[in-house]
Design a protein around this ligand. Structure first.
Ligand code: LRH
Ligand code: MN
Ligand code: MN
Length: 430
């Protein structure tokens, strides 16, 4: 029995008020697309079938290195986090799974499953955490985890990853995402080769514990928390890891984990070509790992990434089964509103990419008609696909205007009354 957090009467009433306008907009967009030889309903069906996982940690309020300002009504544990994720999926109908972080989300497995079931949610990739110390652990990760100089620390980090797999197995997850903060802050602090050897050896033990139908996603990141060198710093190192580990290992692309101006869509194309793309942690950024809402700064980049993904989907690229997840941190917005907005923006980029006239683009590329090649992308990107997104949500029982319904429902005020403030602290970075 599902028990959704937002009143279905309110949702129906709000949708009813907007349905006629949506029908008009959808039909006029349909005519426009028809002139371009595109069947709008076929696109809407594809959009309705697309989903992206939300991060359990994203519904809390994040922070910076300097301060964390607690948000009103923030969830106090994984069960309240799941409630908030339930709202996001109820209104967007695009986020049916949650990606858990271990041990932040540690709880009784039966209770977790029952709670998720009651909200109509499932579990996506499991994230391990060896970038912070858990209460009571024997060894500290201050100087690294899977790459640490001390074999006892590495053994503890391996054990933690295996435990994360075990929890995931019980929850029905099929993938482990490993991101380590290992690296160095000063030249000379660590031996690049030895630390990478240590990491690879440790990851081989984690890999050996993967069930047959599981995959492991390793996530690269240029810097932070280490500011001089990072053990898994870029997609090249990440690709080496996936190659060394074997066929169940893939490279995860978190959009915020690259140097400014890096051509991420090209990295995506390379990983697809060599069958090692794990999937994504979607977010947006201006400078570093800003963890802002997807598409809020550079929606064209998001579109160009989806252009590669749709290209691979249409040509049925071998081994192409990307996992889509959001990874954000919210300091100044309501996390539920931000995550709903991101899910919509990710779907928007996907929809726009579906509108690219691929045979025409291929022809322009072949004949070196640079201007028209670029125009074919721009034409798709500048199409307002909002009516398709709203129609897909409505068809699945979601909201035409998710943020509008969320605000009208007063959910934040309600949970603020139920969840006493956890207060801020001086370092809330995740
Ligand atoms: C590291 C990261 C990684 C972590 C998450 C909290 O910056 O992107 O995915 O698990 O943030
Ligand atoms: Mn990430
Ligand atoms: Mn990150």
């Amino acid at each position: 029995m599902t028990d959704l957090p937002i009143s279905s009467d309110l949702l129906a009433e709000k949708n009813k008020a907007e349905e006629a306008a949506l029908a008009n907009d959808y039909s006029s967009l349909g005519e426009q697309l028809d002139r371009r030889g595109i069947d709008i309903d076929a696109i809407t069906r594809k959009v309705a079938a697309f989903s992206v996982a939300v991060p359990s940690w994203g519904v809390g309020t994040g922070g910076t290195r300097f301060a964390r300002f607690a948000g009103p009504g923030e969830p106090r544990g994984i069960f309240e986090k799941l409630d908030d994720c339930g709202v996001i999926n109820q209104l967007t109908r695009a986020t049916p799974t949650v990606s858990l972080h271990h041990p932040w989300d540690k709880a009784d497995i039966k209770d977790l499953k029952a709670k998720a079931d009651s909200l109509g949610l499932g579990f996506d990739a499991m994230n391990s955490n060896t970038f912070s110390d858990a209460a009571g652990q024997a060894h500290s990760y201050k100087f690294g985890s899977l790459s640490h100089t001390d074999p006892a620390v590495r053994a503890q980090a391996i054990e933690h990853n295996i435990e994360t797999i075990e929890i995931g197995k019980a929850l029905g997850s099929k993938a482990l995402t490993v991101w380590v903060g290992d690296g160095s802050n000063f030249p000379g602090q660590s031996n690049f080769t030895r630390s990478f050897e240590n990491y690879l050896e440790a990851m081989k033990s984690v890999y050996a514990a993967l069930p047959d139908d599981w995959r492991v996603f390793t996530e690269h990141k240029l810097y932070e928390p280490a500011f001089y060198s990072t053990v898994v710093q870029d997609w090249g190192t990440n690709y080496m890891i996936a190659q060394e580990l074997g066929p169940k290992a893939f490279c995860l692309v978190d959009l915020g984990h690259h140097a400014p101006n890096v051509n991420i869509e090209m990295i995506v194309a390379r990983l697809i070509q060599f069958e090692k793309l794990a999937g994504f942690h979607f977010n947006d950024s201006k400078y570093g790992d800003d963890d802002l809402d997807a598409g809020s700064i550079n929606p064209f980049q998001l579109f160009l990434i989806f252009n590669e993904l749709v290209d691979a989907e249409y040509r049925k690229a071998r081994g192409f089964t990307p996992a889509y997840m959001i990874d954000q941190s919210h300091n100044v917005t309501d996390p539920i509103e931000s995550l709903m907005t991101s899910a919509i923006e990710i779907l928007r980029a996907y929809t726009q990419a579906l509108l690219v006239d691929r045979p025409a683009l291929g022809g322009y590329q072949q004949s070196n008609d640079v201007l028209m090649a670029n125009q074919s992308l721009k034409r798709a990107f500048t199409t307002d696909v909002g009516p398709i997104l709203a129609k897909a949500r409505l068809a699945k029982g979601g909201a035409i205007d998710p943020v509008g319904v969320y605000r009208a429902a007063g959910y934040r005020a309600k949970v603020t009354a139920e969840r006493p403030s956890s207060g801020g602290n001086s370092s809330g970075i995740v």
